[in-house]
Design a protein around this ligand. Sequence first.
Ligand code: IVH
Length: 669
Amino acid sequence: MTESQAKAQIEKLREDIHRHNYLYYVKSCPQISDAAYDSLMRQLQELEARFPELVTPDSPTQRVGAPPAEEFKTVEHTAPMLSLDSCLTAEEIAEFDKRVKKLLETDQPEYVVEPKLDGLSVEVVYENGRLVRGATRGDGYRGEDVSLNIKTIKSMPLLLRKSSSPPRLLAVRGEVMMSIKGFEKLNAQLVKDGQSPFANPRNVASGSMRQLDSGVTASRPLDIFFYDILACAGGPEFKTHWQILHTLPEWGLKVNPHIEKCRQIGQAIEFHQRLEQERNKLDYEIDGVVIKLNDLQAREKLGAKSRSPRWAVAYKFEPRRGETRLEDITIQVGRTGALTPVACLRPVDVGGVTISRATLHNLDYIHNLEVKIGDRVKVERAGDVIPAVVEVDKTARTGAERDFQMPDKCPVCGSALTKNGAYIMCGAGLSCPAQLKESIRHYASKQAMDIDGLGGKIVDKLVDEGLIRSVADLYGLTKEQLMLLEGFAGKSSQNIIKAIAASKKRSLARFIYALGIRNVGRHLADVLARQFNSIQQLAEAKLDSLMQINEIGPEVASCVVNFFANQHNRELIQALMRQGVNVAQAEIQTAGVLQGKRIVFTGSLSKLSRSQAQSLVESLGGRATSSISRATDYVVAGENAGSKLAEAERLGVKIISEEEFFKLLENKF
Ligand code: IVH
């Protein structure tokens, strides 16, 4: 490569990196993945290393990040927030270890290993134990003042514990995270509200921190883990990182529990392997491990390069992203009739799982991505969540790509489509085979009636062959009928018939969930089952009495009432009862120690939050209500109990202390 060729390429790379910095940091709307960005950066670093005379002070390699967004006040960090060099192989890690040993002139450096948390990096500053500021990383030197947003994070202490002798100044660095469950729930809500959902939990964490309205941030279930001290004055003297990681929790600052000390680099490599396997079990995203020198003095000796320290390295996992071609977009008709666009992909391996379908959520999401059929796309999965298309490579277009059109009738049954809020719906109900199949699959699923072996393909066949027209028909199926279906041997048919019969005695909670009442998930089904002795009782419940139940709001209550007001649903339940489905008795056996008891909490409890206490009561068969009546069995009086106590006295309701409440649970009261 000649120098002039290199110059042209360097300029192009710088321009691209500048643009992506702006999109990522200023607009919170990245168009390429972190991996693609890192690769641009690496290409630039390599070229600049080969042609050092072409390095200029304004090159992106010469500074740590990008400018912060304009809307927030810019604040200077207490100390620079560096980033990390990353490695992908054990060999690269071994080289890192060799370098460290050589520079320190030792053959036994001690390391600490931690998960590399995939969220948003922030600085939080405490003065005399009081939180005074929170800021995003920004360009590493200056970030955005997001104090208000930071303070909305539930696990973020506003005051340090041990506040008798807090450091005069403490600046800590941590990662704001969104749980995978929280991410899924938020996306479901966004889709419901007709908005474009987020591509991954990291984008939610980052988008939430950059909300100008901290009320929005507060509504997001965010969390934070701390992993570094940027500055500490008038506090303890630290000698090791390990000591820091054990002091932070004493101040009330959360540290990730997956931390280990290693005397050999081999242990760090082993930790990486172990954590990669456990990755799927965690409810938050990690994308590697960070290996850090433990001795702080030794760190000083090694120092830092322009962007990253020499004493730490990120050892990344196999990315859970893959690139492939989007061959088509089909429509999936869900159990409720809602139409969802689904990407049909050329199969691609994404971190050990072959992906051929990914969700595109809704039309809005498709428009935001500007995706066309035939595009090269990136797909990503978080935990075990259904993968999503997260990015389009527009530079790979040939001109043969085409736009997606939403159909004008149900692609499965041909019925007219209607709009219900943000959803486009097939209104045919259970006469639409897609909805029927989905409702049967839901009824048979593990969390519902748990009919082993009645999975996706079999349900398709049963419906397509006209053998079943409702879940009640399942109970009339015979082994002989199943054996006539293609691919069914005597044994497997027999097993399915047995599993169907066994499902007649499931709990009421499972049955309520299996019915697929809108907005009634597994947890609310449990809540409802504890309040009613039979499905008939639930079917007769009025809106008012449903709303009396803790956790049941007006929306859920009206979904329940509407479900049972529907003639078709009533007939279905009767048909199931005629087939011998008998769920009430099973439930009574699970009654808890507070069965039938009505309990009201007042004042603050020392061991539980109010809602934890209420859930506890309900899990033991009782009812936790907020208002006192003569029917109330106990009022539990916590600290600073108010007017409810007087009300209880007036009505002659038994008042007990928090301690007595716990004795009650053990049947000792
Ligand atoms: S230490 C100088 N530890 O990964 C070292 N960083 O570029 C400072 N990250 O955005 C970083 N988990 O915010 C460190 N356990 C961990 C981390 C971690 C995630 C982030 C960091 C930065 C990126 C590395």
